[in-house]
Design a protein around this ligand. Sequence first.
Ligand SMILES: Cc1cc2nc3c(=O)[nH]c(=O)nc-3n(C[C@H](O)[C@H](O)[C@H](O)COP(=O)(O)OP(=O)(O)OC[C@H]3O[C@@H](n4cnc5c(N)ncnc54)[C@H](O)[C@@H]3O)c2cc1C
Ligand SMILES: C[S@@+](CC[C@H](N)C(=O)[O-])C[C@H]1O[C@@H](n2cnc3c(N)ncnc32)[C@H](O)[C@@H]1O
Length: 609
Amino acid sequence: MTGRSVCVVPAKLERTPEGIPYAPDFGDIYHSSAGGLAQARHVFLAGNGLPDRWRGRASFTILETGFGLGLNFLAAWHALRADPHGPARLHFVSVERHPFRAAELAEALAPIEELAPLATALVAAWPPPLAGFHRIAFDGGRVQLTLLAGDARELLPQLEARADALFLDGFSPAKNPEMWSPEVVRQLARLAAPGATLATWTVAGGVRAALADAGFPVEKREGFGGKREMLVGCRAGEDETPSPPERRAVVVGAGLAGTFVAERLASRGWAVHLVDPVEKRTGATVGLVRPIANLRDAVNAQASRPAFLYALQHFRALQHDGFHLVWRRSGVLQLADGDDEAARMAAIISAQEHDPAFLRFVDAAEARELAGRPVRGPGWWMPSGAWVSPGSLAVALLARAGPGVRRHLGRRVERLEREGAEWRALDASGSVIAEAPTLIVANAFDAKRLLPEARFPLSRVRGQVTFLPPSPARALDIVVSGSGYVAPLPDGGHVVGATYQHHDDADDVRAADHRENLARVDTMLPGFSEGLHPMGLDGLAGFRATIPDRLPVFGATAIPGVWAATGLGSRGLLWAPIGAELIASRLEGEPIPLPRDLAGAISPKRFLS
Ligand SMILES: Cc1cc2nc3c(=O)[nH]c(=O)nc-3n(C[C@H](O)[C@H](O)[C@H](O)COP(=O)(O)OP(=O)(O)OC[C@H]3O[C@@H](n4cnc5c(N)ncnc54)[C@H](O)[C@@H]3O)c2cc1C
Ligand SMILES: C[S@@+](CC[C@H](N)C(=O)[O-])C[C@H]1O[C@@H](n2cnc3c(N)ncnc32)[C@H](O)[C@@H]1O
């Protein structure tokens, strides 16, 4: 066991006698006593030539050290809203070792009336204090905040981005030297685009020297409030947007992965051909989405946290933007399979110091209370775990994507062909279904056939779910998992899943599998299936595409122009949103939503070595 906390230590909000937010651990204030918002505007926005410098750009990236109260972020967002010529997409990436909790953030920002609507939105979307990357979208995706929760020295090396403006806003270098250290400044230099600008309120000699060493000539400008001077700098090179990729793609497969990729690309102005032999999908079932935890905090658990939070925020944003998504954050109760597992589950929570609002251990009595009926024993409670209707999700995603996604349904891609700069997807008769310079293979297990050179170690695993009709005797509002899962269905009743059958390619619904699912639910919730007979039940059968390392496959393959989104196993709802965002971010040269090591762990190239 690593014994390492998966959480960061939240900041404590204190104030000076004058009312300025103050950090006791650093002995410093969060912003100038002459006003945080005015400081943000003078030092960080004007110091970086903003808003002028972002005008006419498709995308603009600001990288900040020290998110603190988020005043610089909110000031930038506020300026963007007021600017008719601002970029189509503003990325704000900020690293923060001690993020506030949502309630403290709300309290600290409350006095600044001008920012109230933006602060409210920020607080509503604010993540729990989990270490790592958090990507949150605002204003329909025009503003993208990527909060790196943790130490700048650890997390900046994990970032892949091309920053156009740097906001250096640690506490004073004397009190917070690590934020201004040569190693941090070297990372900023690595991440800065040619022509990137920087601004900071300090003129400390050590900071100037570290910046000059890293290739940032700096000069002094008139400071803000009580400060006579501040620093601005500019990286050598042309300040221009790199020529955008030709924004046309073919996505093979319109399941969860392909639909998410298509939507993420369309949100960036891409024209996407989405190809699938299936013309009509059933919307009958729901799936569950929850994070993974394990003793070693293995890569799948590490990746599951940003993936889960990103999925939730994406689902919320869809709903907020008016698209009809059938889902509910009902909470997921994962029951232990016996005493040994219960002890291990309890040990994981205490060793990894999970945030109880995210994941906590509950004893048998509390588990029973949460479920509202007898359960087999203790387990984990994941309050923000959810069930989602994948059918409604696909409809909502395509509605949001709009005309940018052109569907070719009833068409199966038989083979791929490269013609000049274009990839062509051909059907069995050799006709071209669609072509584009970028091809994303999202056809689950069939990706193995279509791209043999990628050597995907995919397996196909059959699974069947069973629908239980509504009954007062089976009241249950949450999702219970452990031996499979049982989830409430939106129109009443429940779904129980799922069987797990290797070497079985038939998709018929079988009474024997219903029997297995009824036994499964009864192990978790004794007596739940009483009175039901497997012969009279409905269900659905499908297939999972699994990879032995239990991680999905998202990213560029070694074949030029070809990307992959497959291997989602039993967790399509967890992996598809972040995986698709990763692909779209990389294609656009935007900051990536995951640390480099996790992006590498899910890369399609991992099978080639
Ligand atoms: C019984 C069962 C229960 C499950 N429960 C859950 C759950 O509770 N939560 C959860 O997160 N996940 C669950 N899953 C897993 C989830 O369904 C998958 O992870 C998810 O569907 C994977 O998405 P995908 O887009 O990669 O694959 P798919 O959804 O399989 O989509 C692949 C698409 O590619 C198309 N295709 C294939 N070949 C071609 C071709 N040659 N040309 C064009 N298109 C092609 C297919 O028609 C298909 O539409 C469950 C799976 C099963 C089987
Ligand atoms: C001056 S405050 C930032 C104010 C903020 N930019 C704003 O707009 O409200 C400095 C921030 O740097 C953070 N910090 C200090 N050391 C850090 C480190 N090593 N890594 C990441 N963040 C750090 C502090 O927790 C604090 O929130």
